[in-house]
Design a protein around this ligand. Structure first.
Ligand SMILES: Nc1ncnc2c1ncn2[C@@H]1O[C@H](COP(=O)(O)OP(=O)(O)OP(=O)(O)O)[C@@H](O)[C@H]1O
Length: 411
């Protein structure tokens, strides 16, 4: 499966008589004088090509260091556009590129840093029918995305194309880093995580929060691992690096086992291009968002979910409601609707009966930030107190801010 033309540079590539422009000796001199790097290392970087999937929190620092180090060709794949809430960590974007495709914004930034490298801009989402074609031209693939379907798709594609996959993840105060499908018998992502996590146990940065500098640490290390692979400085030992910004020592590493012979992707006959195209990665990972109706957690009778306009109407007509906000206390402290009481979702799930009384005379309305947790809370109440009218707010406080009160803080 290893495609010699298109995989990480071989020893013969690195020892081929290198030629650099005169300015490059000055530009890259600080790394060229490093033991084991030298002129072959720099020339290897210049001849290599790398694709970064996701130009967000991880992709930005990774791209920055890859461009600065002189990787000759860099592809950037991201279908999303820059938003104000990205600027806290997605350091290649800025106020003037809000609304611009991230792939374009990031490309502009790294071309300013290094105008001599080739940058390919791809503003479409990576999915099973374009992955092989989009990733084929590059030596190393970086997973800087934030969702399980893309992780499995990237891993299968990397296996199929015989390319190393440098995978990063960051959430809250923590991050993870690993290189898959590399070295002597290195495992793929599926060998280590054969089944996706349950959808309700994972969340995006939007849902769970992330400290910007944590993505900086992991994204930078993704660039570092990539440079080690290209220049032959990587020992190829499969390792999962775990980082926690709040716990000393900050880094721990876990030795990973070799490729699993029974792995459906890299064991046996291996994954075929056709298999990737036929796989519904979103379905494999349980759907884009948990759909509580489909999971049998009915959302009650028609009208069980209300729009923010209906909530406003209830306020204005003085309808008697018990308004429960199920966000974490720290978020409730940032902003809240007047008259709402805070019962964080885990507390509510642990003991739903203690938060509303049996003779609740009005309606119970549940709100959260985006309208997902409120559905879980409402279904839990309906099960424990079937005689009480429980509604939840579609789109949550985000929708309230967008549609009703533009002065209400959005985060
Ligand atoms: N299949 C995919 N193809 C291309 N880009 C992807 C794919 N999946 C995820 N991404 C990109 O990966 C990036 C992940 O970065 P990050 O989580 O920091 O950003 P975000 O999604 O903007 O964050 P937030 O959760 O705060 O909205 C995003 O820019 C997203 O568009």
């Amino acid at each position: 499966m290893q495609d010699v033309e298109n995989t990480a540079l071989s020893e013969s590539d690195l020892s081929r008589s290198p030629s650099l422009h005169r300015d490059d000796y000055l530009r890259y001199g600080r790394q060229m004088i490093l033991e084991g790097f030298g002129l072959p290392g720099q020339a290897g970087l210049q001849r290599s090509s790398v694709v970064v999937v996701g130009a967000g929190g991880l992709g930005c620092p990774a791209l920055q260091y890859l461009a600065a180090s002189g990787v000759g060709r860099i592809g950037i794949i991201d279908h999303d556009m820059v938003e104000l809430s990205n600027l806290q960590r997605q350091i290649l974007h800025n106020e003037s590129t809000v609304g611009v495709y991230k792939a374009i914004s990031a490309a502009q930034a790294i071309q300013k840093l290094n105008s001599k490298i080739q940058v390919d801009i791809i503003t479409e989402a990576l999915h099973s029918s374009n992955a092989i074609a989009l990733l084929y031209p590059y030596n190393v693939i970086l997973d800087c995305t934030d969702n399980a379907p893309t992780r499995y798709l990237l891993s299968d594609t990397a296996v199929s194309l015989g390319k190393p996959l440098v995978s990063g993840a960051a959430q809250k105060f923590e991050g993870q880093l690993s290189v898959y499908n590399f070295g002597d018998n290195g495992p793929c992502y599926r060998c280590i995580f054969p089944r996706p996590p349950a959808m309700e146990t994972v969340g995006t940065c939007e849902e769970t929060g992330v400290l910007g500098a944590v993505t900086g640490v992991i994204g930078t290390m993704q660039a570092l691992e990539t440079i080690r692979i290209i220049t032959g400085l990587h020992d190829g030992k499969p390792t999962l690096l775990l980082y926690s910004a709040l716990t000393v020592p900050f880094f721990r590493s876990v030795k990973l086992r070799s490729k699993k012979p029974s792995c459906i992707a890299c064991g046996g006959d291996g994954v075929k291009n056709g298999t990737i195209e036929e796989t519904d990665y979103v379905a494999f990972c349980g759907g884009v968002r948990p759909n509580w109706e489909q999971k049998g957690l009915s959302s009650g009778s028609p009208g069980a979910r209300i729009r923010v306009q209906e909530l406003k109407d209830m306020f204005e007509s003085n309808t008697q409601i018990t308004l429960i906000d199920v966000r974490p206390t720290i978020e409730f402290g940032i902003c809240q609707l007047s008259g709402s009481k805070n019962v964080p979702l885990p507390q509510l799930l642990a003991d739903p009966n203690s938060h509303i009384s049996d003779d609740e005379s009005g309606q119970v309305v549940i709100v959260c930030r985006l309208g997902n947790d409120s559905q879980i809370a409402a279904d839990t109440f309906r099960e424990s107190k079937p005689n009480i009218v429980v509604k939840d707010v579609i789109g949550g406080l985000r929708a309230w801010s967008r549609e009703i009160d533009p002065l209400f803080p959005i985060y």
